[in-house]
Design a protein around this ligand. Structure first.
Ligand code: GDD
Ligand code: MG
Length: 370
């Protein structure tokens, strides 16, 4: 069966991480997120993947090429202006030749696609939506169903007073091709606010397939950090073989760890990483290719992309540091802070409380404290 992955969004809530790269290309444990999604699809026997793209599509196409390296055939369709989730699927119509899957491109899950397909066929559904429970549905699409799974109501981004269930749209659909007839061509149109509510009005067989398997939408900084914790602690079943978990420490070629440094897994170190004497790395943590962790520095629950340079006695806790950023001696970055590509954080700064520093910014020594 074919799969369409929606990767056209601008990743607004993840800015500034998405200023240079689109959301699907953000590294998760040193690999572009979309690569993890594609390997999941391949495990479920999906070989033909169509990417519905917009924002910074060239970065995705350059990395994945024809898909052969990743075991799939990839087709690319790029929107000149955003067409929305449903418009983005209508736009790839020429590739659709039967029942097909649609995936939001920012979801990592262990959902059993075969079981979902069987559910869809048994019920003769025109559309089946995967559902997942969440604590707070207001950031998602709330889906109310009958006991047999038939969808009764779909409310995108419900207000607190509209919450009647904890089940939300998990961003994976199985659709019959007839659905495409209900989507206007070359027009901004959403499944969540247009297609699903209008199918319900017409009484079409729309079903919800609930599952409590692992599920996350990586679309906010807090969840982007959380997905690393989840993957490295082994919560994502299909990644357990390929990514070290538990107390494991893995290091790529050319990585050098001073005997006076301490590392407690789960920690993934890329290639050519240098960890100096007295440094401490505590997992879950990821340190990308070519990073240098200076003497007596501490990395705890942090995510470092490529070529990050830390001076001496730097402390990084629960934060994200972009490519080619430098953090000078005695600075502390914590509390979900984001330092983007190419930044220079001078000595003795303290960044905290989810502060976000845009690419290539320079912060003078002793400028920010909390
Ligand atoms: N091609 C294309 N064109 N793709 C788009 C466009 C567009 O105009 N707009 C968004 N997308 C892609 C995004 O790249 C993302 O992969 C996916 O569609 C969903 O968009 P988000 O912006 O991440 O939506 P959301 O997280 O607020 O809500 C959606 O996902 C929730 C589950 O995570 C909705 O589908 C909710 O109903 C759902 O609960
Ligand atoms: Mg999302």
């Amino acid at each position: 069966m074919k799969a369409v992955i929606l990767v056209g969004g601008e990743g607004t809530r993840l800015r500034p991480l998405t200023v240079k790269a689109p959301k699907p290309m953000l590294p998760v444990v040193n690999r572009p997120f979309l690569e993890l999604v594609i390997s999941y699809l391949r495990r479920h026997g999906i070989q033909d993947v169509i990417l519905s793209m917009g924002y910074r599509s060239e970065v995705i196409e350059e990395y994945f090429g024809d898909g052969q390296r990743f075991g799939v055939n990839l087709a690319y369709v790029v929107e000149s202006s955003p067409l929305g989730t449903a418009g983005g699927v209508k736009n790839v119509e020429k590739y659709i030749d039967g029942t097909f899957f649609v995936f939001n491109g920012d979801i990592l899950t262990d959902l059993d696609l075969g079981a979902m397909l069987q559910f869809h066929r048994e019920r003769g559904a025109c559309a089946t939506l995967a559902l997942t429970p969440v604590d707070d549905p207001t950031a998602y699409g709330l889906v109310e169903t009958d006991p047999d799974g038939r969808v009764r109501r779909f409310v995108e981004k419900p207000r607190p007073d509209q919450i009647t269930t904890n089940l939300i749209n998990a961003g994976t659909y199985i659709l019959e091709p007839e659905i495409l007839e209900h989507i206007p061509p070359d027009t901004y149109y959403m499944f969540e606010r247009g297609v699903f509510p209008s199918l319900l009005d017409r009484g079409s067989p729309l079903f919800g397939y609930p599952s409590d398997c692992y599920w996350i939408d990586i679309g906010t900084p807090a969840r982007y950090i959380a997905v690393h914790r989840d993957v490295l602690s082994g919560r994502v079943e299909h990644l357990r073989e390929s990514i070290p978990i538990g107390t494991a420490v893995t290091a790529g070629a050319g990585t050098r760890i001073d005997p006076g440094a301490t590392i407690n897994g789960p920690v993934v170190l890329g290639e050519g990483v240098q960890i100096e004497a007295g440094a401490r790395v505590r997992g879950p943590a990821v340190i990308g290719d070519g990073c240098r962790i200076g003497p007596e520095s501490e990395v705890d629950g942090a995510i470092l992309w490529r070529q990050v340079r830390l001076g001496a006695r730097v402390v990084l806790r629960e934060c994200v540091i972009g490519n080619n950023a430098t953090v000078d001696d005695d600075s502390v970055i914590s509390g979900g802070a984001i330092v983007s590509d190419g930044c220079r954080i001078g000595c003795r700064n303290h960044l905290d409380r989810a502060v976000r520093i845009w690419p290539d910014a320079s912060i003078a020594p002793n400028t920010i404290s909390f």
